[in-house]
Write a protein that binds this ligand. Sequence first.
Ligand code: PHE
Length: 453
Amino acid sequence: MGFVLAAAGSAIGLGNLWKFPYITLENHGGAFVLVYLAAIAVVGAPIMAAEILLGRKSRRNAVGAFALLGAGKPGGVVWTAIGYLGVTTGFIVLSYYSVVAGWTLRYIVLAFSGALGGLAHHPGALESFFGGFLADPWAQILCHTLFMGATVGVVFLGVGKGIERAAKLLMPLLFMILVVLAGYVATTPGFGRAVGFLFRPTFADLTAGGVLEALGHSFFTLSLGMGAMLTYGSYMRRRDSIPRAVLTICFLDTFIAIMACVIMFSIIFSFDFEVSKSSTILFTTIPVIFYKLPGGAMISGLFYLLVAFAALSSTISILEVVSSYAIDELGWGRRRAALTTGAAIWVFGFLSALSVGGVDALSKINPIGRASTAGVFGTLDYLASNWFLPVGGLFIALFAGWILTAAESRDELEEGNGPLAGSFGAWRFLIRFAAPAAVGAIIVSVILGAEYQ
Ligand code: PHE
């Protein structure tokens, strides 16, 4: 229970509530959603099992796990590089994730002070408020700093009790609020169109870049490819079942992402919203329905509080990847590791915090076609989620499928679970063939510039 909650807390975050809705909108729904769901089932779930098993078997951080389990095997130290790629990716992802997470803090204050109500009632007011907020460097730095501070604080104290107990209370609450909102939007005129948009695929709309993005997002949303699940897995008890944990986490994560889309798209379609900048819909469309319900200020305050919490349970898992590397491999104490790595990421995050308002320094280096949405910030997200995570995941799959022997992986997966009967064979097939082939094919087709028309 503790492990599943912490891991689900890592998976469920801004990826579900902020990122998935806006990239789904940008990629025209339907076919993109289908590719995403297929990626979760064929690539994401087996790789999550692989990461957790590597962590639990080695009881190490991302770098240490590959060093230990890869020792004396073909490829040897080359596998350790995958651990380093993971730690680097964690560094990058946290630096911009914390900036977006910081926005929720502003909205908590805005809601409880009553100011959000006035903005939500006047169409356009919220969008211009939000634009001004993004362009205010001090506000961005302040929110980013507060959020990094909270993240460092939790990792400093140890992930154990505090976050697990909070997750037990707050995750079900987030779930309930989303169900209430979904119930409400089901009565709005845009609901049917929203569901159709999500589940009626038109393959002509799909591009190679879109497929890569769906794949990358399946890694991002499940916290895969950088060793976050591996690191948490290193703390997992042997008597708990890995397959059951994986299925639960994947289901909850996907359910929340789809609900977030249904809610936001119903509003957008019902009120004929002009979505000028889709990466901000969590902050510009959601408040509109809150204030159509009784107790709008309360619900919206609570909602952004829960989003902040969902983001925090993700950011601590990212910082834990970097910190546990410093603890195990550099021999630092936990406190020193949390403070030092956190401070470095905080400073690096200034680049993103200052770019969300429209400064566009790095966007030019975006290697493959797709325009990044917001300068440094968009480029880092693009590189980390669409390239580093899938490449990391590909090598994790190859390692678990081809370097570990069947006996080694079977022993670990059956611990706490009893014989897996047919499902071990299914997992091993997916991890050896299906997952690497799918990830490899998508990466190659994007590099070759294929278009799916
Ligand atoms: N899965 C988290 C989310 O969806 C983000 C994350 C990515 C966390 C990678 C850990 C590792 O918000």
